[in-house]
Design a protein around this ligand. Structure first.
Ligand code: ARG
Length: 601
């Protein structure tokens, strides 16, 4: 777990007990406090099943500090024994044992696991939200550029950023979802001047005038490169726009609006919520942000540009270009200033491809120089994190592109996933004679859930830093680690419950859960580990950790269902509750991954 933030409010909601790991940490802390004068952070980890469920791993480290200075302990094992003996009484722990160099193995009580699951079913899965030490975060994601196409890198950013935002929101962090669109800069002079040239009546024609914005961008760029008189006018147009001249501002808004509508086609398909605060929004804040650098003597002149020197990169961070204009870095500095001071965010998270790593490293370093951010080794807030991700590759191993254009048309891509799913679903339902039970609307929404879910999951299941190969065949396979497989697995659990004819709400009121069979217990243990998995995925900003958990959950369920009869068995009530708990946790995973669950197939 991360250290508590300094000077910022820490949540002290006693109702929220946190993950199993956090609960065990609290017990271990009491024990360590009884034994040692200094405050020691408990080291709790999941351990190999043959040793127990969890382990407290402090003894070895403590021994290396105490060796030769203590008569109380003769080896790490005796420290482990003492930690174990001093653990406070708790219904959580069934038994402990101390192994080798002082590992304290902890076995959880079956009763407590069962009670915990039952409690979640009755009071909702919010009970299992992890407790994080931040209250407000900015997630800066998607962030395409106006008039240029939103490409597959922006799609990755949208999918990863949305999941991170969802996981933090579930953990009771207030998330400001920010679309940092590229809506400012010299290209607008060229675009506006071209609009005036080609479509003198653009104000009446509105959106219709420009039509295809990418083609418009290319044509204006060509003119800019070929025609020097046009180039001069374009440069003057930038000055007029930035000076706030009405006609220019209006044209700029018109161009932004067209892009915005296109981006929204993708966002609405993916059901992603974003609030646009583009580069232009931060423009007025740049002078005051840079003033703080200037006051501290951090801005230098270099080859006509104004720069901040940051060590270790061989180049300085340019904040004012040679022509006097601001750039990507000065905008990001102003945005960071705004997020820290106006929005009072404690954690600012940026989701872009790894290619931008150096930009972020450099401007984070600059922000530390000026005193906006603390030294990262202190692990305190406020904190800024760059969430980098790798490339999407095509089957040929090269950067993913479609035949028709150099950048992938995202909308077509998503629609193709859905169409393929629909065809597959229809075939499946025809084969098993169930097609008559489905309306076209139901087919459509199910295909959408599976198709878009498959695209998202194929992206999220890999460690984000690795490149991955985009393949419809792979992601739409109903076997293996895919959203299709997982959504079907969920639907199957729902149909088991339905087939039993029992009312789950009644079972929750009356029944208890008993974890007798080893496969029941293994499933139960995995279920209650949900909170710490979300906690880890949030702290390390790694959605694949949640995907791995979800996939393993489906495997554990299969293990349980294969060895434990549910319907008609003496344990039916308890086992149906376990089915229900699995379905609830699966749905929450889907929700956090931005995937719509499917209840029948
Ligand atoms: N518009 C940028 C791009 O397309 C991404 C912006 C990311 N956010 C930021 N604050 N720099 O590459």
């Amino acid at each position: 777990t991360s250290a508590p933030s300094e000077g910022l409010a820490i949540k002290t909601d006693v109702e929220r007990v946190g993950s199993v790991k956090q609960q065990l940490s609290r017990l271990a802390k009491v024990s360590l406090q009884a034994l040692f004068p200094d405050e020691i952070e408990p080291l709790i980890a999941v351990c190999q099943a043959k040793f127990g469920d969890y382990q407290c791993n402090n003894a070895m480290g403590l021994w290396s500090q105490l060796k030769g200075k203590t008569t109380e302990f003769k080896n790490p094992n005796s420290i482990g024994q003492a930690i174990s003996k001093n653990l406070p009484q708790s219904e959580i722990i069934e038994s402990t044992s101390v192994a080798g160099p002082g590992f304290v193995n902890i076995n959880l009580s079956n009763k407590w696991i069962a009670k915990n699951i039952h409690n979640m079913l009755v009071n909702g899965i919010e009970q299992w939200a992890p407790v994080l030490s931040v209250t407000r975060a900015v997630v800066d994601f998607s962030s395409p550029n106006i008039a240029k196409e939103m490409h597959v890198g922006h799609l990755r950013s949208t999918i990863i950023g949305d999941t991170l935002a969802r996981m933090l929101e579930f953990s009771n962090v207030e998330v400001l979802r920010r679309n940092h669109v590229g809506d400012w800069g010299t290209q607008f002079g060229m675009l506006i001047e071209y609009l005036f040239d080609q479509f003198p009546n653009w104000e009446e024609a509105g959106d219709q005038a420009i039509g295809d914005l990418q083609a418009f961008y290319k044509a204006s760029k060509k003119k800019f490169d070929d025609d020097s008189a046009f180039r001069t006018r374009a440069q003057q147009a930038v000055v007029k726009l930035q000076g706030g001249e009405d006609r220019y501002r209006h044209a700029w808004q018109n161009i932004c609006e067209i892009s915005r509508k296109e981006f929204d086609l993708v966002y609405s398909r993916l059901q992603v919520q974003l609030e646009e605060k583009g580069e232009s929004f931060y423009n007025p804040y740049i002078p005051r942000a840079l003033e703080e650098f200037r006051k501290q003597g951090l801005i230098k002149e270099s080859e006509g540009a104004q720069v901040v020197e940051v060590e270790g990169y061989g180049i300085p961070l340019i904040v004012i270009k040679r022509d006097g204009g601001y750039n990507y870095a000065s905008t990001d500095l102003a945005a960071l200033w705004y997020r820290l001071n106006e929005e009072k965010a404690q954690w600012i998270i940026y989701v872009t491809d790894v290619g931008q790593q150096q930009h972020f490293d450099m401007f984070f370093t600059a922000a530390r120089l000026v005193g906006w951010l603390p030294d990262p080794s202190k692990n305190t807030y406020p904190k800024a994190s760059h969430v980098g991700f790798g490339l999407v590759l095509g089957q040929d191993g090269k950067r993913f592109r479609t035949r028709s254009s150099e950048v992938v048309r995202l909308v077509e891509l998503l629609d193709e996933a859905k169409q393929r799913c629909k065809a597959e679903l229809i075939k499946r339902l025809e084969d098993n004679g169930k097609i008559v039970d489905w309306t076209d609307d139901q087919l459509e929404s199910t295909a959408e859930a599976i198709g878009y879910g498959a695209v998202k999951y194929a992206d999220l299941k890999n460690n984000r830093l690795t490149n991955y190969t985009f393949s419809f065949d792979q992601m739409l396979n109903d076997k293996g680690n895919t959203a299709v497989y997982l959504l079907y697995a969920h639907a199957r659990i729902c149909s088991i419950i339905k087939k039993s004819g029992k009312d789950v709400e009644e079972l929750k009121k009356l029944g208890t859960i008993v974890l007798e069979h080893p496969d029941e217990r293994a499933l139960g243990l995995h279920l209650i580990q949900f909170a710490e998995v979300v906690e880890e995925a949030c702290s390390n900003l790694l959605p694949n950790v949640l995907c791995e958990y979800l996939y393993k959950l489906s495997e554990m369920f299969t293990g349980f269902y294969t060895s434990c009869q549910v319907i008609g068995s003496p344990e039916e009530a308890s086992r149906l509750l376990l089915c229900e708990a699995t379905a609830v946790v699966m749905r929450k995973c889907f929700h956090l991954l931005g995937i719509t669950p499917v209840y029948r197939i």
